[in-house]
Design a protein. Sequence first.
Lengths: 671, 252
Amino acid sequence: MSVLDSKVPKGPIKDKWTSYKDKINLVNPANKRNIDIIVVGTGLAGGSAAATLAELGYNVKAFAYQDSPRRAHSIAAQGGINAAKNYMGDGDSVYRLFYDTVKGGDYRSREANVYRLAEVSANIIDQCVAQGVPFARDYGGLLDNRSFGGVLVSRTFYAKGQTGQQLLLGAYSAMNRQIARGKIQMYNRHEMLDVVIVDEKARGIIARNLITGEIERHSAHAVVVGSGGYGNVYFLSTNAMGSNATAAWKIHKKGAFFANPCYTQIHPTCIPRSGDYQSKLTLMSESLRNDGRIWVPKNLEDVKAIREGRKKPTDLSEDERDYYLERRYPAFGNLVPRDVASRAAKERCDAGYGVNATGEAVYLDFASAIERYGKEQAKIQGIDNPSKAKITELGEKIVEAKYGNLFQMYEKIVDDNPYKTPMMIYPAVHYTMGGVWVDYNLMTTVPGLYCIGEANFSDHGANRLGASALMQGLADGYFVLPYTIGDYLSEDIRTGAIPTDSKEFDEAEKSVKDRIDFFMNNKGSKSVDYFHKRLGKIMWDKAGMSRNEKGLKEAMSEIKALREEFWKDVKVPGSANEMNPELEKAGRVADFLELGELFAKDALMREESCGGHFREESAEESGPQKGEAKRDDKNFAFVAAWEYKGEPGDAVLHKEELEFKDIELKQRSYK
Amino acid sequence: MSGKGMNLTLKIWRQKDAQSKGKMQTYKVNDISEHMSFLEMMDVLNEQLIAEGDEPVAFDHDCREGICGMCSLYINGEAHGPDRGVTTCQLHMRMFNDGDTIYIEPFRAAAFPVIKDLVVDRSAFERIQQAGGYISVNTSGNTQDANAIPISKHAADEAMDAATCIGCGACVATCKNSSAMLFVGAKVSQYALLPQGQIEAADRVKNMVAQMDLEGFGNCTNTGACEIECPKGISLDNIARMNRELIKASVK
């Protein structure tokens, strides 16, 4: 029998959240003033939660490793945010957003959470507009929408190619209002290094001041972790350099179960790697797939000619190109979900059709969109028989208006003009659907310890749809957690301030200090990055876009061995009592070296293909879906929540069986 | 990498902490690929320093795609270096030549004290935002429908252009007066251009400008250097708009 209780309320799915909120315990305003909440991370989830909890009257302490909440990596989200507004009148509804999200997640998410997400999505847009978020509008002054991968409606709200930035600045402004009122105490350049559990409840954290190196104790009645995903376990990803799993991993080691670590999203449209010195990968928004067509040459001779510089992609006629997504998936074409698009690119490149020197790149071509828009503009402007050059000029203007900043970014990095020659793209690690297990209240398996945003596992199943991460982060922080946490805190109104001089704080602080001392005193010979890069290579080669039993077993033992080597031979310069970026990295990589092993263990256990997790042993062998991922609902329709037992390899599996009452389980077909 | 990498001399500002005195130090890096980003070149230097038993150079950076605003650096006398419309993390080594000497300093301004090496304290920007960089609306989810107030596309686009400021501080670093008016003007403009922001417009501009002055930023003398160095192309018009808003607020 499972120890996991998802606490999903009874009743029809449409009414669950509303009737649950009606019955939930509340904390009166006078009592809220006596209750402290710690929020770790200030991205869309943490930032919106901190602001809202402070508005409600709680005393909030918020922590960010950056020098400002505005710099959290949510800022880098480009394309947009989904909401079931149906402003376009194209048939969207709460149910359809719910359905698309569950289907897109390959039926591995919890129905009730996803329905709630779809339900509150419309409020997010209302809220953000009221905060002054400058979403794109049409000429009538109303909000504009665009379509995104994996769905058949246009429900994505956007602010140029900087939607994440604008939404985060919205949450940041709401935080600033509360910081000014003294309701949020903001701790910038601070990193949480452990959680403190007192009488089985989360009651505080140990944090390091990244400027002075001082180790600090902070107590609270509840702790909320919104620290983002663990994509940097691969070393190279589209995450920020500092993005890390330390807060999530520390709470896992203190009793919070970690769910579905193997569900990782490899984003199809990133700028390909250029050399060994590469420090990160840059995403090109998925919105580009609305107008860009993805292809590789049909003939290997052309591939060779292009690689050797004898031919340019524009030299190839339509007949000589393989628009492989349009060929394989006529219904969705270039707008198939991310996992499908990524695997299709890998398939072509593995077959030798990659178009750059590394053999890991495909084309994303805007020529037909430029022509189509150009002709349309010529008609609007009343130009009869426009020349080809005129059409191109007019079309490029429209493409520039839509994607100008992305094209500019591409040109700066690659030194190639994407208006004239197709972009080169390749998949890269982007988002992690797995994360800390939470119940319907977003509480982990530790009472009083919550986890929100990308850091938790709950809403995206095995694959996240585009423009849904922003939606989830803000839904959790603005509209879900502020309700559910009150239900828990209503029992804490007589507790009083939590002291920081208890033995639990002593012990947690000691273990943090011991680890720092170890790093400072270790006489190793290799830098932290040396180990991080090796871990990344193991992960990418053996637990990347496609996985098999042999590779995963090797990954587990190789990571374990690498971890042992790391502890023997890592070299951390400088001292503990100062700003020391290498020391910060050492702690984060030490945690990735454990998480990576659990990741591989989880992937090994899950002997099916679903969403971002593709097991080579589990593919369709015949019929129209030949080669596509094969899910195994009979044996694997569960959430894998791992309990920490000392070593990552010894983690114990707990299953939360997934029930699909409102959606019929089907093979995900985008054909 | 082929053997055609660049060999460079780096003159870098080293400073132990806010209290200590700093100085320029010289380093060499070899075989730098033109495809590297500037910060990847700094990574190479740091790996080299660690291997040699020296302390790596501390510098701020995070997203490495030009949006978080964390990276800074004054390179050869220019905020974010010689390229236009980019942050330091997007600057590529193809902007430099084999044999170059590159001067790397922190953003310099009295209101941005050095924390360590190339890392500066930009919390003055935080306090300016806290003084009024928001719309006082609770996150209840009970606001009116997002389409209830139409906003002209022109106003929305202009507000968006102002809102793209990443708060990096290049405008301050590059200004001979260390003025923060482009930064403050951008925030004031974003809200002033939207109906939602107009209700508190007068108090907002007065409070933000007052805090800006308190932090020790200089005044604007219209040299326009900030606009040229701004990685996001924030227009000087925003300063003019802020001044108009301030006059409007003051005579009310």
